[in-house]
Write a protein that binds this ligand. Structure first.
Ligand code: F6P
Length: 341
């Protein structure tokens, strides 16, 4: 039997729409070039635990529009497991892989870069609805989340307008408010609150004054979008037991109602903005990223991350993704601000 070159692919961290489109593109391109693709299940965990399967054309057909990841994912980091990095290197060898493609957000790609520095031949693909990976304009999944959030905000406007209420939508965004900013601009929201600009009493006061002014002008509804990681008086709002972020919207709603007397309602999109089919933009981006990732692997250009710069698909050192969070571009936020109130 011919000796085919083998590459691996895994998805790590939270899922997002568009992962399957990237898995499909990478697999089908690799097969065309005579490579065999091993799909590793449930992120790094699957590499360590020998959970994998050969991906072929059949398994990757008809999945371009499917949300989530056919491979499964996990947040398990080999760096937190005793002897984890060595186990990863050993399993990689045992599987006879030439290179490994990792689809991840900032956390997973930081780990991936460390493993690259320890000798693992890897290529990264940025994916996260939060769009906070450095070195790329957009990550897979972001545009879909923006569409979902914009649709939700539009729906909140019609009910808010009819019932003369302040409507608050909490969206995801741990350390960066990309979803809030883009969906807020698209909806024409009256306030966009993001982690980059923490809230204090003065800002809350200003927000309440703005809502009252709108009301006095006869506009008896308002739309506010807030990212889950937005801090109030230096504190992020999270579940006491799990530490999971969430609740700033509700808290804000209570404060606004008390301070302004305006009837306020709060909704949270939670995981609905992470699940479901990717929009066309994400399918296209993921496909282009998958093809580029294969080219990098084929040419043994390891330690790189595929990226979007303007309209160009390119690649950058993976180390860029490990430099921290990419916060919201202020020139875009300034656009949003012009329409507040
Ligand atoms: O995918 C990024 C993100 O959606 C964050 O905005 C969110 O807080 C987090 O993941 C929650 O993910 P999980 O519950 O899967 O850990």
């Amino acid at each position: 039997m011919e000796n085919r070159k083998r590459i691996g692919i895994l998805t790590g961290g939270g899922d997002c729409p568009g992962l399957n489109a990237a898995i499909r593109a990478l697999t089908k391109t690799a097969i065309q070039f005579g490579f065999e693709v091993v799909g590793i299940r449930n992120g790094w965990k699957g590499l360590i635990d020998n959970e994998n399967e050969i991906l072929d054309r059949m398994k990757t057909s008809g999945i371009i529009d499917r949300g989530g990841t056919i491979l499964g994912t996990s947040r398990i980091s080999p760096l937190k497991i005793e002897n984890g990095p060595q186990m990863v290197l050993d399993k990689f060898k045992e599987l006879g892989l030439e290179g490994l493609v990792v689809l991840g957000g900032e956390g997973t790609l930081t780990v991936t870069n460390q493993l690259f520095e320890m000798g693992l031949p890897v290529v990264g693909i940025p994916k996260t609805i939060d769009n906070d990976v450095r070195g790329t304009d957009f990550s897979i999944g972001f545009q879909t989340a923006v569409e979902v959030a914009t649709d939700a905000l539009d729906r909140l406007r019609s009910t808010g307008e009819s019932n003369h209420r302040v409507m608050i939508l909490e969206v995801m965004g741990h350390h960066a408010g990309w979803i809030a900013t883009y969906s807020g601009i698209a909806n024409g929201a009256d306030a966009i609150l993001i982690p980059e600009f923490p809230l204090d009493q003065e800002k809350i006061e200003g927000l309440c004054q703005m809502l009252k002014r709108r009301n006095e002008r006869g506009i008896n509804f308002s739309i506010i979008v807030v990212a889950e990681g937005t801090k109030l008086e230096g504190e992020a709002i999270a579940d006491e037991k799990t530490g999971r972020l969430g609740g700033i919207g509700k808290l804000l709603g209570k404060i606004i109602e008390e301070k302004t007397g305006l009837e306020t309602r709060v909704s949270s999109l939670d995981y609905m903005q992470r699940g479901g089919a990717p929009v066309a933009y994400d399918r296209t981006l993921a496909t282009a990223f998958g093809v580029r990732a294969f080219e990098l692997i084929k040419n043994k250009k390891y330690g790189r991350m595929v990226s979007l710069h303007g309209k160009r698909i390119t690649d950058v050192p993976l180390a860029q993704a490990a430099e921290g969070i990419k916060t919201v571009n202020l020139s875009i936020y300034r656009v949003a601000e012009k329409f507040f109130g």
